[in-house]
Design a binder for this molecule. Structure first.
Ligand code: PLP
Ligand code: ZN
Length: 402
């Protein structure tokens, strides 16, 4: 007996279906595959059943693709807090402003959600060696979960990716390689390695299960808000797994009747230094074009071309959301505000969501009385170099100036 209601894989573009017992990556048409569930079986589950369960994303077991509990690789992922932003809310005239803080997850970012589910499924499929390109955070998360699963992990990241993520891969015994280039260049190296060695390709959206971990963000948010669906969710978008997962989760919950109100408007935030989704959305397109000379301090969203761009754009269009680009200096300002006024030290990607909210409020795209949830995707602690500290050094006999 298994709790999982997993039924099959379905192509996100051509709807071709595949069975789940074998390792599967992209559809034969080249598009990402999505995990599908037996919705009748899922619909028999009652929301209230959740109340008695342990506070971890594994409480949504039925909505997740792991068949046997023995294969679950977990580091005790906690339910992350959803924090009311009182002071910043007051300053902006917003009464219902929240931030979900993913920074307390085991490796300090929400990448743990994808990794705990993705690595568990890889273990269930009998994978011995996996490989992935990363901007750092996904590599760190997959390295530690793979270590726990006894799976060999090869990680290829840009040489200027955050140093801490590099250290984490290394100490966890991953085979770490750096590339003089962007995540897209790392991706090309990974493609060739998959081709020649037959390793499990864990690249963003090239395995169907990482999304499933990330969709638990919306399930937690809704549970924490007593199933009162927020008006707007603001999300920093790179490869898009998070926003695609949030939208997928919303659709599943709607289908089984756990929510019935309208969908929240999903906002995709990027940096002006790398904004392919924003450009595509502004032009009303269904796909993005590769961004040239991508650069931003928000490393996790420095993705010039996302494989699932059409799914990100679809989520935005279907929910009447929008996409917005933020200057890096605005990101730093928002990071400082969040720490100073709310005591939350966020990563630049998370800070971008506050800068976006301020901008959307000014444009009246957002109204002051709307319930808005920002996603802070990671802790500021993993990017120590983002903050420039001006500080006076005292000699032991010197006094603190009054
Ligand atoms: C990966 C990452 C993102 C972007 O997430 P996607 O799901 O790839 O869009 C945002 N913030 C941080 C901190 C990340 O590591
Ligand atoms: Zn297809």
């Amino acid at each position: 007996m298994t709790a999982s209601c997993l039924s099959h894989l379905e192509c996100s573009r051509c709807s071709m279906t595949y069975e789940t017992s074998l390792e599967k990556h992209l559809c034969s048409c080249g598009a990402p595959l999505l995990a599908r569930y037996d919705m009748k079986k899922l619909a028999r589950l009652k929301k209230e059943t959740l109340n008695a369960r342990a506070p971890s994303l594994w409480r949504y077991r039925e909505f997740l693709p792991i068949i046997s509990d023995d294969n679950i690789i977990t580091l005790g992922e906690p339910i992350t807090p959803i924090i009311s932003m009182q002071e910043i809310g007051l300053r902006l005239g917003m009464k219902n402003l929240w931030i979900k803080d993913e920074g307390i997850l085991p490796t300090g970012t929400f990448k743990c959600r994808g990794a705990t589910v993705g690595v568990s499924k890889a273990k269930e499929l009998g994978v011995e060696t996996l490989i992935m390109p990363t901007n750092g955070n996904a590599g760190a998360a997959w390295a530690v979960y793979s270590a726990r699963a006894g799976i060999n992990a090869y990680v290829v990241m840009p040489e200027d990716a955050p140093a801490i993520t590099r250290n984490e891969c290394y100490v966890a015994g991953a085979y770490l390689y750096l590339v003089h280039g962007l995540i897209s260049d790392a991706g090309k190296i990974v493609n060739r390695a998959v081709e020649s060695h037959g390793w499990y390709d864990a690249s963003t959206l090239k395995e169907p299960y990482r999304i499933e971990g990330k969709k638990t963000m919306i399930m937690e948010i809704l549970e924490q808000l007593n199933w009162d669906v927020p008006d707007v969710i603001v999300y920093p978008t790179g490869g898009g797994v998070g926003i695609i997962g949030i939208y997928k989760g919303l659709c599943e919950l709607k289908e089984i009747g756990w929510i019935n109100k309208k969908m929240p408007r999903l906002v995709s935030v990027q940096s002006t230094g790398c904004a392919p989704i924003v450009k595509a959305w502004q032009e009303g397109k269904m796909e993005s074009e590769p961004w040239q000379h991508a650069t931003t301090i928000a490393f996790g969203i420095n993705v010039p071309k996302a494989l699932g761009d059409f799914l990100i754009l679809d989520a935005i269009y279907k929910t009447n959301g929008c996409a917005i680009a933020i200057e890096d200096h605005e990101i730093l300002k928002a990071q400082a505000s969040l720490a100073k006024y709310e005591g939350i030290y966020v990563c630049p990607e998370g800070a971008a969501t506050l800068a976006a909210t301020i901008s959307l409020l000014e444009q009246s795209w957002l109204l002051p009385n709307e319930k808005v949830v920002l996603l802070n995707t990671g802790t500021g602690l993993i990017y120590p170099d983002t903050v420039h500290v001006r500080v006076t050094t005292l000699k032991p006999e010197e006094d603190v100036p009054g």
